[in-house]
Ligand binder design. Sequence first.
Ligand code: NAD
Length: 493
Amino acid sequence: MSSIVSAAPHTWPAELFIGGRWTAAADGGRMDVIDPATASVIASVASASVVDVDAAVAAAQDARRGPWGRMTGRERSRILLRAVELMRERTEQLAQAESLDGGKPISLARAIDVPGAIDQFEYYATLAPHIDGAVRETAGQTFAFTRREPRGVIAAISPFNFPLILAASKIAPALAAGNAVIHKPAPQTPLSALLLAEILAEAGLPAGVLNVLPGAGAELGDALVRHPGVDMVAFTGSTTIGRIVARTAGECLKPVMVELGGNGANIVFADADLAKVVDTVIGSFVYNTGQFCMAGTRLIVERPIYSTLVDLLAGAVGHVPVGRPSDAGTVVGPLVSAAQRDRVEAMVDGAVAAGGRVVAGGTRLDLDGGFYYPPTVVADLPNMAEAVQEEIFGPVLTVQPFDDESEAIALANSTAYGLAAGVQTADISRAHRVAAALDAGLIWVNTWSALDHAVPFGGVKSSGWGRESGPEALDSYLRVKSVTIAVDPGPAG
Ligand code: NAD
């Protein structure tokens, strides 16, 4: 049984991390990690079962009762800032992990994923010393104040597409707030989660404060959500699984954040700067090979510029570099799995059957046996087509025309999702009007995917609820306690 994953010159842990120790799964379970660029098995990682959930919860609860539970925000902050330094030193190792199991282009992992995760730890480390309550004026002979306390043990469940960033977006605020965490990464992409645990331990995080349980979803994830020793669930993933998680957490009456799927609408008015729009639109649907929740997959274009923009996109999309994730110039790599590639392919085939016109891409790529599908643009689809209404989660853009502002807003708001939306226009009043009318948690004007960890991130409708990033995320990992003390009025009273 290998206890490390190796891709020279880097190695990664490959066991469960419970109570500060690397340990095999109680039932000896292991799972293969696949390289999406070649479809070959690159590692074997321990796969947790419900028995391991019990052990991780016990370790997390012990840690909460230990030194971690007594630390001040400043002390927690120091540990997180040490982790930030270590992550910076080990940027390349983290980036390689992120690229290897997810098929993510290495240039993206280096430029976005690793710095983004580091940024979150630094941001919440700086907020940790400022967690305080409020004094409230009361009518009676009392003194009342609030305490903002950690919720306890957090189950953090993350998806495959941004393993490190989405681990950090839960673990960093949860730890800053003083909680203990059990992290279940996606089965396809466990490597960076295990490395992050190693780094946090090296930074001085006490044993049991962060536990990592790689493994397949249904049984393990469900056991985590249900466990009476878990006080809160932070879930990012598909809307289908999010519904199950929210239902179970509801039965158990425990707080839950669900950050779910999306199919972002991007409205382009005729007065927009078209050259800039072409770049923005391409970035909005090919980024991370289209496997991102806030992808701008639905382009809604004012009719006078519809044909021109479709032609410009058809020409430009062919120049997007598609290739091996390890090549520094690659922008679009493989999809995470054969199943994901097949799903994208079926969606495009369905779009054609529904009357769509493929103007770029549309045929799977054969490279090294990997799971490649090229950037694809489908024009002229009816609004009720599945490719418009559903999340595709691949590098596919649908394009629809509109005649006036109200029709554009109606089309944008016509799906079940509500994570991200955008408006491209030179008219600032219109930008304000449309931004207010769009039913989504994130709105971008004359840009797309402009993210900063100080700005809250999250959706509405079937894209879930809760907010990651910003002080809002820290609040989610805290509960408010009110303390009221009788004050003797004294002789004068
Ligand atoms: P998924 O829902 O299949 O899996 C997400 C996680 O849930 C994995 O760790 C999985 O093992 C686990 N899981 C599976 N069944 C479970 C169960 N019954 N109980 C508890 N956990 C369970 O999602 P995925 O395919 O890994 O990721 C892609 C999806 O995630 C897309 O829909 C995407 O839009 C969404 N996503 C949303 C955001 C956001 O912030 N809104 C960000 C990234 C990805």
